[in-house]
Design a protein around this ligand. Structure first.
Ligand SMILES: [Mg+2]
Ligand SMILES: [Zn+2]
Length: 167
């Protein structure tokens, strides 16, 4: 089984400073390393699925996106955590694309590229649109971090591991 946890990035893995893209914006959130390690041990793989309308709005370019994302990937790799792929929507809300969450296009692309078994995969994000997109793509469960019962990724991991086949 190729089970994934599809991870939103900003506000879920790193602090959402408002279109974070510069080195000084970068801050890994508490519980991320521990949560992803626990999920790795349970056999889950990971993909980042992130709306990056800052690109479409002209706030930063794709090179800046990749440079910022590389800071995150390096920190995770140093902790023994592998991200199988990073998928982003560069469009602005007016572009009418199919990849901007809450639409499921980004999840579908990630699943196709990585061979993910969507029906046995989860979505985790800090926004309602992350949950909506994950469920629309056919994930078996979706969790929102930043709430009282699920403050961070470690708690999200605990929820998933308590009920991994959630239907
Ligand atoms: Mg977010
Ligand atoms: Zn898009």
């Amino acid at each position: 089984m190729n089970r994934f946890v599809f991870l939103d990035r900003d506000g879920t893995l790193v602090r959402d400073t408002g279109y974070p893209h510069r080195r000084e914006d970068y801050e890994l959130l508490p519980g991320v390393i521990e949560g992803l390690q626990a999920l790795t041990d349970a056999g889950f793989r990971f993909a980042i699925v992130t709306n990056q309308s800052g690109i479409g709005r002209g706030l930063f370019d794709e090179a800046a996106f990749h440079a910022f994302n590389a800071l995150l990937l390096a920190d995770l790799e140093a902790a023994g955590i592998e991200i199988s792929g990073s998928f982003y929507c560069p469009h602005s809300p007016d572009d009418g694309c199919r990849c901007r969450k809450p639409l499921p296009g980004l999840f579908e692309r990630a699943a196709r590229v990585l061979g993910a078994d969507l029906a046995n995969s989860w979505a985790v994000g800090d926004g309602a649109r992350d949950v909506e997109a994950g469920l629309a793509a056919g994930c078996c469960g979706a969790l929102r971090v930043g709430s009282a019962d699920c403050p961070d990724l470690l708690q999200a991991a605990r929820h998933i591991l308590a009920d991994p086949n959630h239907a």
